[in-house]
Design a protein around this ligand. Structure first.
Ligand code: UDP
Length: 415
């Protein structure tokens, strides 16, 4: 017999595998979010199953992360990496596989928290079929994203329609910043229920390494001015703006530029990485620029710890975990004046904001922080305090937990 437990919940992240290595191919903030939220919710007493798609035969079908928190990889379509824009056709199989998994394990999820528009489609079906409550986090909004890209993919119309449908029908949408909520209201729909619950970061891991120790470990000169980028190699991340800004910097000759992230050759981010490396070479910056590749979560605190400033030059950023990781490490952030970065970075208090793609403005902001060490330190301290107050995973999970509890008290409706 199928039992319904109020404490079993499913986090669905079809293309963002919470158990995978972060920082290469398409793996980034969403994978971190689902994994961290899942583990923090499990600590608060929920039984958390995180569903994703199996993308390689080497991957385990089930990965146990902690008591009551596991990743379940479903076979839907070919067991290989498929770019997210080509995944829509496999979603009905994802729904079937979740229903089959429920039947075999004897648990029906009373609540599903879906991540990104692909998973929102899956959640809407589960809501219709079995009345599961649906909470949804977008991670990226097509309506905003398509304004900042030159080629619009074929899937765009389906994505926009799905994003509108889930906003209007989910039990609750979680916007991760007031800016994201505003985008939903002005560009997607005026209907639907939205709460603002931010993303979080690990306040114990970041901020624990002293600058001297970090630089010694990474072999960085104690006197260098270290400018750090961490993230995927994706055109919308604006790495070119950072490179051109450092080239214009008055302090260019003292700077060590670290561009972290990316994967092996021939992977999906290779094109952007090659392009950025070409620009670095053309501008004669190779000598003081390093590309360490993917940085593991264990190594990251050393990179942030060694940095003087972290730059997040995205064209569009729904939240931007890297900004709060740097802030938690006591490092000021120079970021584009867009999306969630306008929420996390407080200008002149925890960093500076610049118009996106404006290398002159970025150069000026980087220089002003690097040339006044006392101000840099003060902003770093403010940044750390802001993250402790607003962006810890435990705090985020507590807010989500309260939301789930409230929704589960309401009677289920099956269409
Ligand atoms: N990241 C990592 N190693 C890398 C590059 C990135 O662990 O080499 C992590 C980074 O620390 C952050 C996430 O990937 O937690 C990126 O999230 P963000 O929200 O900044 O960007 P997204 O990838 O979602 O666009």
């Amino acid at each position: 017999m199928v039992t319904t437990s109020k404490k079993h919940i499913a986090l669905i992240s079809v293309h963002g595998d919470p158990a995978i290595e972060i920082g290469k191919e398409e793996a980034g903030g969403q994978n971190v979010y689902v994994r961290q939220v899942g583990e923090a919710l499990a600590k608060q007493g929920w039984h958390v199953d995180m569903f994703t798609r199996k993308a390689s035969p080497d991957q385990l079908d089930i990965v146990e992360h902690s008591p009551n928190c596991r990743t379940i990889r479903l076979t839907a379509g070919p067991v290989e990496f498929i770019p997210r824009d080509n995944l829509f056709e496999y979603l009905p199989t994802v729904v079937e596989q979740i229903l089959k998994f429920q039947q075999e394990s004897g648990v029906t999820y009373p609540l599903v928290h879906t991540n990104y528009w692909l998973s929102s489609w899956v959640g809407m079906q589960l809501k219709k079929i079995q009345g599961s409550k649906q909470v949804h986090t977008y991670h990226s909004l097509g309506a905003v994203k398509y304004q900042s890209v030159t080629t619009i993919p074929l899937i765009a119309a389906t994505r926009l329609a799905t994003e509108k449908a889930v906003l209007e029908t989910a039990d609750r949408i979680v916007a991760t910043s007031p800016q994201e909520k505003e985008h939903m209201r002005t560009m997607v729909s005026t209907k639907g229920n939205i709460d603002i619950i931010p993303c979080g970061t690990d306040v114990r891991r970041y901020g624990s390494i002293k600058r001297q120790e970090a630089r010694a470990k990474l072999g960085i000169n104690p006197d260098a001015k270290v400018v750090l980028y961490v993230g995927r190699f994706d055109y919308r991340k604006g790495i070119e703006t950072l490179v051109r800004a450092v080239n214009l910097s008055q302090l260019r000759s003292n700077i060590q530029l670290i561009i972290g992230g990316g994967s092996r050759p021939n992977q999906s981010d290779g094109i952007e990485r090659d392009r950025i490396e070409r620009i670095v070479d053309e501008l004669g910056m190779r000598e003081f620029t390093t590309f360490p590749g993917r940085i593991s979560q264990q190594e990251l605190p050393y990179y942030y710890g060694a940095a003087d400033v972290c730059v997040v030059p995205s064209h569009y950023e729904p939240f931007g975990l890297v900004a709060i990781e740097a802030m938690a490490s006591g490092i000021p952030v120079v970021a584009s004046d867009v999306g969630g970065l306008q929420f996390t970075v407080v200008p002149k208090e925890t960093g500076l904001l610049c118009p996106p793609q404006d290398e002159v403005a970025f150069a000026g902001a980087i220089d002003s922080i690097l040339s006044i060490p006392e101000w840099r330190l003060e902003m770093g301290q403010n940044a750390r305090a802001r993250v402790e107050k607003m962006f810890s995973w435990d705090g985020v999970a507590t807010q989500l937990s309260e939301l789930y509890t409230q929704l589960l008290k309401q009677p289920a409706e099956v269409a």
